[in-house]
Design a protein around this ligand. Structure first.
Ligand code: DQA
Length: 187
C-alpha cells in the first residue's frame, strides 16, 4: 500500500491579494505571491503538497472549504476580516470531518489591535491558531498542520508501561546460582 503525501488547501481571505501594498506597517512587505512561494518551498521540505487560493468572496471561500471535505487532507486558512464576522465560514470549517484538520493563521497579532478583532468566530472550530509573526505565521501553521496529519496517519504509539505493570523477565539463574561443575563436565 502506498501512502500519498498529504494534500493541503491554503486559503487566503479578503484583501490578502493586496499584501505588500496594503498597510505594510501592519502586514509587511511580502506579496501574496511571496507567501505562496515560501509555502510551496516548505511543503516540498515537509513532503506535503499545497494548493493556494485567494478570494474576496465569503461564498467562494465556503465552497472551497466544502471541496476540502473530498479533495484535501487539511486546510490552512487566513480568513482575513471574515475571522471576526462570518458564522457561515465558521460553520463550513466545523463541518470538516475530524480527520481533516483546519489551522487558522494571521499575519498580525489581532489581540494588539482594535477590540473588534479580538473575537475570532473561526478559531474555536480550528485545531489551533498562529498569529503575529507575519509570513512566518503561515509557515509555522503549515508545519503544525503537516505534523498533525503525519501523526494521524502513523499507527498509535505502543503503550508505556509503568515498571510495576511491565511483565517480569524470566529469570535465568545467575552464574553464582548455577549448579556447579556439572554442565561443563565432559563425559
Ligand atoms: C488578518 C487580520 C484581520 O483582522 C484582518 O481583517 C485581515 C488580516 C491578519 O492576517 O492579520 O484582513 O487576518
Amino acid at each position: 500500500m502506498t501512502t500519498l503525501p498529504a494534500h493541503i488547501l491554503v486559503l487566503h481571505g479578503p484583501n490578502l491579494n493586496l499584501l505588500g501594498l496594503r498597510e505594510p506597517d501592519v502586514y509587511g512587505k511580502d506579496t501574496l505571491a511571496d507567501v505562496n512561494a515560501q509555502l510551496e518551498a516548505l511543503s516540498r521540505e515537509l513532503g506535503v503538497s499545497v494548493a493556494c487560493r485567494q478570494s474576496n468572496h465569503e461564498g467562494e471561500l465556503i465552497d472551497w472549504v466544502h471541496e476540502a471535505r473530498e479533495r484535501f487532507d487539511g486546510v490552512l486558512i487566513n480568513p482575513g476580516g471574515y475571522t471576526h464576522t462570518s458564522v457561515a465560514l465558521r460553520d463550513a470549517i466545523a463541518a470538516l470531518p475530524s480527520d481533516k484538520p483546519c489551522v487558522e493563521v494571521h499575519l498580525s497579532n489581532v489581540y494588539k489591535r482594535e477590540t473588534f478583532r479580538h473575537q475570532s468566530l473561526t478559531a474555536p472550530v480550528c485545531v489551533g491558531s498562529i498569529m503575529g509573526f507575519g509570513l512566518q505565521s503561515y509557515l509555522l501553521g503549515l508545519r503544525a498542520l503537516a505534523a498533525r496529519l503525519s501523526a494521524v496517519s502513523l499507527p498509535p504509539p505502543a503503550p508505556v508501561l509503568m515498571p510495576s505493570e511491565a511483565p517480569r523477565p524470566s529469570r535465568a539463574p545467575r552464574p553464582s546460582q548455577a549448579p556447579r561443575g556439572r554442565s561443563h563436565k565432559r563425559a
